[in-house]
Design a protein around this ligand. Structure first.
Ligand SMILES: NC(=O)c1ccc[n+]([C@@H]2O[C@H](COP(=O)([O-])OP(=O)(O)OC[C@H]3O[C@@H](n4cnc5c(N)ncnc54)[C@H](O)[C@@H]3O)[C@@H](O)[C@H]2O)c1
Length: 430
C-alpha cells in the first residue's frame, strides 16, 4: 500500500512538470472588474456613493476649518500696554475669528441661513438692573436666558416675557456650574445691597463658574463690578486707574473684595485663556424694580417718604454719592459688551449729591413735609463717590442722559404701585 502511494505521488509530479502556461491575456484584468461592476447594479450604487461623498466634502470644509481654532488655545497677546490700548489693537480680529468659530463649531447657524439674534445669558436677570437689561435685549431681537436663584430678584420683574419663545428663565445658583450654549454672558448675579450681600458670598465662586462657561463655549463675558472697588477713595473723582482704598477685613469686604477678586479672575481668564471679557464698574444706580427696603439709600428714602416715615440719614449726611438712572446704565453695559474694549469702565452719573441733598430732592418729589432722622453711620461707609467717565465717553461714546430730578419720579410711581398695591407688575422705564 505504502509503495503504491509513493508511486502516485511521483506520477503527479510528472504531470506538473509537463504543464505549459497559457498565453498571457492582459485585457482579462480590465474586463473582469468591469463585468463584476455591471453585475447586480453595483455600478449604480458606486455612482450614488460618489455623489453623496462629493456633496459632503463640498459643504464640510468651511466649518471644520473654523472650529479648529479653539478659544482656549489662543492666549491673549501683549501684556505691556493698557487695557484700553491693548484691546483696541488686537481684539476685533480675534473676536471675529472666535465668533465665527462659535457659530460653526456649535452648529447654531445652519449654513446659508442668516443669523437672527444673539443667544445671551443674563445671570441675575430677575433683579433690578438685570431685568431692565433683559427688556432691552429682548426688544433688540436676541434670545435671552435668565439664570437667577431669586435671592433678591423677583419673577415679576421678567414675567412679561413668559410665553415668548426667545425667553427662558432658569432657577439656578451660580455657585454651581452650568452649561449653556450662548454667545454672550452678562454676569450680574450677586446681591448688591448691604443687607443681602453679607449673607451670600456669590462673587468669587459664581464668577469663576461663569468664566468657565465663557471659556468652554467661547462666549463673550461681561462682569458687573462696582465703584466699591475704590473703597473709601483717596482720589476724587475716581478714575479707572485708581487702585482703591479698601478694608480687606471689614463688614463690607465680602462685597468690595469679592468684586475686586471677580475683576482679577476676569482678567486672568482673559490673559491666560483668551476669554473675551468686559468689565463695568457701576456707580449707584436707581430706578423702577429696585428692591424695597434693601438698605440702598435711594430706595430707602423713596419707600420711607411714600410710607410717611422719616428719612433715615446715616452719619452727618454730608457724604456724597452719584446717582445714575437704570436706563443709562443698561445703555452703557450694552455698548461695552458690543464694543472693542475690555475696560474696566466707570459707568455712573457724575452729578454729585450729599445724602442731605438727595433727601431734599426726595422731599420735593414725594412729600415736602417728610422728616429727616439721623443715625450712626455704618462701618467703612465711603465719604465720597463720583465717577470720572472720560474713558466711557471716549471709548464707548456713552454718557448718562437722565438726571436725578427726571429719573426719581419714574421710580416713585413704580414704588407707589408696589407699596400700596395699585398693581402693575414689571415697572416702567425711562
Ligand atoms: N444697582 C447698583 O447701584 C449697583 C452698583 C454697583 C454694582 N452693581 C452690580 O450690578 C449687579 C446687579 O445689581 P442689582 O442692583 O440689579 O441687584 P439685585 O439684587 O436687584 O440683582 C441681583 C440678582 O442676582 C440674583 N442672585 C444673587 N445671587 C445669586 C446667585 N448666587 N445665583 C443666581 N442668582 C443670584 C438675585 O436674585 C437678583 O435677581 C450686581 O452684580 C451688583 O453688584 C449694582
Amino acid at each position: 500500500m505504502s509503495s503504491e502511494l509513493t508511486f502516485r505521488g511521483h506520477e503527479t509530479q510528472q504531470v506538473n512538470d509537463e504543464y505549459s502556461p497559457k498565453p498571457n491575456k492582459p485585457w482579462l484584468s480590465v474586463i473582469r472588474p468591469i463585468r463584476y461592476m455591471l453585475r447586480e447594479q453595483r455600478l449604480v450604487f458606486v455612482l450614488i456613493g460618489i455623489v453623496i461623498a462629493s456633496v459632503f466634502f463640498t459643504i464640510i470644509p468651511s466649518s471644520s476649518t473654523s472650529s479648529s481654532s479653539s478659544f482656549s488655545t489662543r492666549p491673549y497677546e501683549s501684556d505691556s500696554i493698557s487695557y484700553f490700548d491693548r484691546e483696541s489693537k488686537t481684539t476685533p480680529a480675534v473676536y471675529k475669528q472666535r465668533a465665527a468659530s462659535v457659530v460653526h463649531s456649535s452648529g447654531k447657524i445652519p449654513l446659508g441661513i442668516k443669523r437672527k439674534g444673539l443667544r445671551i445669558v443674563v445671570t441675575g436677570g430677575a433683579g433690578f438692573v438685570g431685568s431692565h437689561l433683559v427688556d432691552r435685549l429682548m426688544a433688540r431681537g436676541d434670545s435671552v436666558i435668565v439664570v437667577d436663584n431669586f435671592f433678591t430678584g423677583r419673577k415679576e420683574n421678567v414675567m412679561h416675557h413668559f410665553g415668548n419663545p426667545r425667553f427662558e428663565l432658569i432657577r439656578h445658583d451660580v455657585v454651581e456650574p452650568l452649561l449653556l450654549e450662548v454667545d454672550q454672558i452678562y454676569h450680574l448675579a450677586c446681591p448688591a445691597s448691604p443687607v443681602h450681600y453679607k449673607f451670600n458670598p456669590t462673587n468669587v465662586v459664581g464668577t469663576l463658574n461663569m468664566l468657565g462657561l465663557a471659556k468652554r463655549v467661547g462666549a463673550r463675558f461681561l462682569l458687573t463690578s462696582t465703584s466699591e472697588v475704590y473703597g473709601d477713595p483717596l482720589e476724587h473723582p475716581q478714575k479707572e486707574t485708581y487702585w482703591g482704598n479698601v478694608n480687606p477685613i471689614g463688614v463690607r469686604s465680602c462685597y468690595d473684595e469679592g468684586k475686586r477678586t471677580a475683576e482679577t479672575l476676569t482678567m486672568d481668564y482673559h490673559r491666560g485663556a483668551g476669554v473675551e471679557v468686559r468689565i463695568a464698574r457701576i456707580f449707584n444706580t436707581y430706578g423702577p424694580r429696585m428692591c424695597l427696603d434693601d438698605g440702598r439709600v435711594v430706595s430707602n428714602f423713596v419707600a420711607q417718604a411714600l410710607r410717611k416715615e422719616p428719612l433715615t440719614v446715616y452719619g452727618d449726611g454730608k457724604q456724597t454719592r452719584s446717582f445714575q438712572y437704570v436706563s443709562d446704565l443698561v445703555e452703557g453695559l450694552m455698548r461695552l459688551m458690543e464694543g472693542e474694549h475690555v475696560g474696566p469702565f466707570n459707568l455712573g452719573n457724575p452729578g454729585e449729591f450729599t445724602m442731605l441733598e438727595l433727601a431734599k430732592v426726595v422731599q420735593e418729589t414725594i412729600d415736602p413735609d417728610a422728616k429727616i432722622v439721623y443715625r450712626d453711620n455704618t462701618e467703612d461707609d465711603p465719604h465720597k463717590r463720583k465717577p470720572d467717565i472720560s474713558n466711557a465717553k471716549e471709548h464707548l461714546g456713552w454718557e448718562p442722559k437722565v438726571d436725578l430730578r427726571k429719573g426719581l419720579p419714574l421710580m416713585v410711581s413704580d414704588f407707589r404701585q408696589r407699596i400700596f398695591g395699585d398693581h402693575k407688575e414689571g415697572g416702567s422705564d425711562a
